[in-house]
Design a protein around this ligand. Structure first.
Ligand code: ACO
Ligand SMILES: O=CC(=O)O
Ligand code: MG
Length: 536
């Protein structure tokens, strides 16, 4: 393939790849990396600095230097864009061909087409994702499964389909199959540019637009970097500024203290904020991982959305958004339908409780992980919204959340148990094995697991081990204990999956990545970084 000056593709070129890896897309990647790459590197380094301050006894607080932005009542974000006015139910999921069709047929108002938590950035996924999205816009999306089941879109009418919102990778992940002047650009910029160049104008022609979810940001300066990427890209493609819209996931601890500033930075491109609960929990553990008792979380399944620090965060998010005319979107209840009627009933009941609480709190819509749950989410929001498309007018002026409320991890009830430790080990390894094979979302023990939930699992093990935690019952969490449990959980998995599947899977690499990221004294920032190195 001919590539623009200074751009090299090191991944294989399969059928139709040139439609996505077009000269325009590659030029845009070159432009974005050359203009913004150094700032991306600086901002990633700042994350490390902030963690060092916290490790030495520092804390998180609302920023003094941006007080004027918070106290200025005059600014609001852009009016909601077409297709993003009523967002009462949003489906999320990977962009492989079958799931793209299933998601677009799900009846949701929005589909988050995920190149992030639910995706492995395997080269084929990086290119086929936008290719499937392109086919969905040109009436060419069909699929026949190996069993012969045929899939196609139930309608090509834009009003019958969810608005597509693409989630590019977070700032931390590089893309190694495209080099710009010999350097790896940010994976997020690559995902953004490939989708925008292939599908942006087509979305505009359909009366919608190029919409994005922005993940794992840690500061308003990182939001400014995205805003600059949007302006550069819109100017390069001749699209009016403000056409792109972005909903930011508030899913890191530092970002919870900069919600208003993040909206401000992106205000002309903003489509609101989302409460990304799973990464948030991961970030809480990560931020104060070596600070002992005050920041220890109990077993993963005890940390519900109603514990004080999680509640403070979602309440503040709704208030912040509605003050600025921005949508507040709820998070993912990890329940998925089950064939076991009792487990299934429980999953739907928990989902209804979760969505009902969010709707009552003022969220304008929320996420589900599975098409079978779209109706249940819609029902709970419709009970509150009725015919109104959103509840932006619910200002929640009754909410007064302080930094201390956001930091109150200590009053989270629950125990740290042997079952919790074993579950973290087993789920973490099973998820990594799936990720390494190219599937970034997987159902394990009737729950949706993705990169964010796996990060919680391995980070809890790290935190319990490095803070001399005793399990309920008195047993100290030691390296020897965790290694013994890894051995035992691996044996159980091997027995369950059978010798052949075990031998053909990536179990050795999954175990090695898990132990590296859960046990090594030097905490690895993201488990997907060493996992990415193990991929072709
Ligand atoms: C923390 C966060 O970031 S949350 C957001 C990121 N995470 C996600 O988006 C996870 C999305 N969910 C999924 O990927 C899936 O639901 C899984 C992997 C958890 C379970 O999928 P499966 O094991 O296939 O579930 P199941 O067998 O019940 O699926 C039934 C059908 O629904 C489809 N389906 C299930 N989930 C989805 C989805 N999210 N999008 C599209 N189709 C889906 C399946 O493809 C299957 O289709 P088929 O009957 O035509 O073969
Ligand atoms: O991306 C969502 C999350 O909960 O993490
Ligand atoms: Mg996330």
């Amino acid at each position: 393939m001919d590539t623009p000056e200074g751009i090299e593709i090191t991944g294989p070129i399969h059928d139709r790849y040139e439609e996505i890896l077009s000269p325009r897309a590659l030029e845009l990647i070159g432009l974005l990396h050359r203009e913004l790459g150094p700032r991306r590197a600086e901002l990633l380094a700042r994350r490390g600095e902030r963690f060092r301050v916290l490790a030495e006894g520092g804390t998180l607080d609302f920023l003094e230097e941006t007080r004027a932005i918070r106290e200025d009542d005059s600014w609001r974000v852009a009016e909601p864009a077409p297709g993003l006015v009523d967002r009462r139910v949003e489906m999320t999921g990977p962009t492989d061909r079958k799931m793209t069709i299933n998601a677009l047929n799900s009846g949701a108002k929005v589909w988050l087409a995920d190149q992030e938590d639910a995706n492995t950035p395997l080269w084929e996924n990086v290119v086929n994702g936008p290719l499937n999205l392109l086919d969905s816009l040109t009436g060419n999306l069909d699929f026949t499964s190996p069993e012969g089941k045929e899939y196609r879109l139930k309608s090509n009418d834009v009003d019958d389909l969810p608005a597509i919102v693409v989630r590019p990778r977070g700032w931390h992940l590089p893309e190694k199959h495209i080099l710009v002047d010999g350097e790896q650009p940010g994976g997020g910029l690559v995902d953004f540019a490939l989708y925008l160049t292939a599908c942006g104008q087509k979305q505009i022609d359909r009366g919608r637009g190029p919409y994005f979810y922005l993940a794992k940001m840690e500061s308003h300066l990182e939001a400014r970097l995205w805003n600059d990427a949007f302006n550069l890209a819109q100017d390069f493609l001749g699209i009016p500024r403000g056409t792109i819209r972005a909903t930011v996931l508030i899913e890191t601890y530092p970002a919870a203290f900069e919600m208003e500033e993040i909206l401000y930075e992106l205000r002309d491109h903003s489509a609101g904020l989302n409460a990304g609960r799973w990464d948030y929990m991961f970030s809480v553990i990560k931020s104060f991982r070596s600070r002992g008792r005050d920041f220890l979380l109990p077993d993963r399944n005890s940390v519900t959305m109603t514990v004080p620090f999680m509640r403070a965060y979602t309440e503040l998010l709704v208030r912040t958004c509605h003050k600025r005319g921005a949508h507040a979107i709820g998070g993912m209840a990890a329940f998925i339908p089950s064939k076991d009627p009792e487990v299934n009933d429980n999953a739907f009941k928990k989902l209804a409780d979760d969505k009902s609480r969010e709707a009552g709190d003022g969220f304008d819509g929320s996420w589900v992980a599975h098409p079978g749950m779209v109706e249940a989410c819609r029902e709970e929001f419709t009970k509150v919204l009725g015919d109104r498309p959103n509840q932006l007018d619910k200002l929640r002026e009754d909410v007064h959340v302080t930094a201390a409320d956001l930091l109150d991890v200590r009053s989270t009830p629950g125990e740290i148990t042997e079952a919790g430790l074993r579950s973290n080990i087993s789920v973490g390894i099973q998820y990594l094995e799936s990720w390494l094979r190219g599937s970034g979302a997987v159902g394990i023990n009737n729950l949706m697991e993705d990169a964010a939930t796996a990060e919680i699992s391995r980070s809890q093990v790290w935190q319990w081990l490095h803070n001399d935690v005793e399990l309920a019952g008195g047993q100290l969490v030691t390296r020897e204990l965790v290694e013994q449990m890894v051995e035992e959980e691996m044996a159980k998995i091997r027995e369950r999956v059978g010798e052949d599947a075990f031998a053909s899977g990536r179990w050795g690499d999954a175990r090695a990545t898990f132990t590296q990221t859960a046990l090594a004294d030097d905490y690895v920032d993201f488990l997907t970084l060493p996992a990415y190195e193990r991929m072709p």
